[in-house]
Design a protein around this ligand. Structure first.
Ligand code: MTE
Ligand code: MO
Length: 364
């Protein structure tokens, strides 16, 4: 099995590709695993390293001028569990998922972890509503931003700059909408790598919003900033506003085949090929597939009802008539009318790749 210095759980080679302190799920390993990604297959994205925390010592401190009083409020895990528990099915997907295709398909140079498509997982998250906790803490009407911060070590960049602990502002409007303080994943306590004992879970938004190992939340009447909404997780480059786009929020639409890259398939036999498509802007309602590099398209069979904040599994039957190389394509459309384009407008840090991915296979 592979190992990463930043990750606690086992990373079998059949399930993961390790990229530094990150581990990408191999889509082929999801075939037949069901709708939700098993926690042991779930990708890990760590800026630094997984802290192994003791739930009995853990507290969440809510503080800042966005409370109606000056005293910070502390919650233990037991306190959180006394709030009404909510279960939500939602994906967590890194903003950089698909980044390597900016280079391999579009010939562009971008910075960051060279993910293929496996920096996503879908799970059933259970926890307290952030809205309930903020209101109990004394949320002021004038609050505009909250800033959850992780208990993992400080993030030190390659050039040696200490950016402090991982933290990213979230507008109060989203915080009060559908955000959870999650303490369970797929019916079990969160695994260490996914935020034990408590993580923020922000449905549909880029993964960095879902701060793991949360230890405190600042509530502010003024807009808040951290490197994670100023220097990173915005679109920079010639196609974007000078100084960068607004901080990124919702994920985009994507599709992946549950097949290895360059998979070998028997020529002349019928294969049931499977995959998954998802979007942060609406439920996926349609998936078109091509097995000949885009010359002809047909609809894939969808195996799940369209679901917001989740993915749909799909399949298509294909019989490669002759040996040789083939290119598989899948193009999803969501309920907001967004369809995967042929190319993604580039940005220097390689976020939000949404173009149709050209997946090579071989008939033998
Ligand atoms: N929270 C903390 N405290 N530290 C981190 O490094 N990484 C973020 C987010 N939350 C991170 C974090 C990023 S970039 C992503 S994509 C998701 O967690 C990944 O969640 P996962 O590791 O559970 O898959
Ligand atoms: Mo991420």
């Amino acid at each position: 099995a592979a190992t990463s210095p930043g990750i606690v759980k086992a990373l079998p080679d059949e399930w993961f590709t390790v990229r530094g302190t990150n581990a990408e799920t191999k889509f082929a390993s999801l075939a037949g695993t069901g709708y939700h990604t098993p926690a042991d297959h779930f990708f890990v994205r760590n800026h630094t390293a997984t802290p192994v925390l003791d739930a009995a010592d853990w507290t969440l401190t809510v503080h800042g001028d966005g409370l109606t009083h000056a005293t910070p409020v502390e919650f233990t895990l037991e306190d959180l569990k006394k709030f009404p528990a909510v279960t939500r099915s939602a994906f967590v997907e890194c903003a950089g998922n698909g980044r390597s295709f900016f280079t391999s398909q579009q010939g562009q140079t971008v910075t960051g972890t060279a993910w293929t498509l496996g920096a996503i997982g879908t799970a059933r998250w259970r926890g307290a509503r952030l809205a309930d906790v903020l209101r109990r803490a004394g949320l002021s009407r004038d609050a505009v931003d909250v800033l959850p911060r992780g208990l993992d070590p400080d993030y030190v960049t390659a050039d040696g700059t200490d950016l402090g602990r991982v933290r990213r502002p979230l507008p109060v409007s989203k915080a009060l909408d559908d955000v959870l303080l999650a303490y369970e994943m797929n019916g079990e306590p969160l695994p260490y790598d996914h935020g034990f004992p408590v993580r923020v879970l922000v449905p549909n938004w880029i993964g960095i919003a879902s701060v793991k190992w949360v230890g405190d939340i600042e509530v502010s009447t003024q807009p808040l900033y951290s490197p994670w909404n100023t220097d990173f997780y915005r679109l920079f480059g010639t196609a974007h506003p000078e100084g960068g786009s607004a901080p990124l929020t919702r994920q985009t639409v994507k599709s992946a085949w549950e097949l290895p890259w360059d998979a070998s398939l028997a020529a002349g036999a019928v294969h049931r090929l499977t995959g998954r498509s998802w979007s942060g802007a609406g439920a996926v309602v349609r998936v078109d597939v091509s097995t000949d590099g885009g010359a002809r398209w047909r609809r894939a069979r969808l195996h799940d009802a369209p679901r917001r904040a989740g993915w749909v599994r799909w399949s298509t039957d294909w019989r490669p008539s002759a040996p040789g190389g083939y290119t598989l394509l899948a193009r999803a459309t969501d309920s907001a009318g967004r369809t995967q384009p042929d190319t993604t407008v580039p940005n220097t840090q390689g976020y939000l790749f949404d173009a149709v991915v050209r997946h090579p296979v071989r008939a033998v």
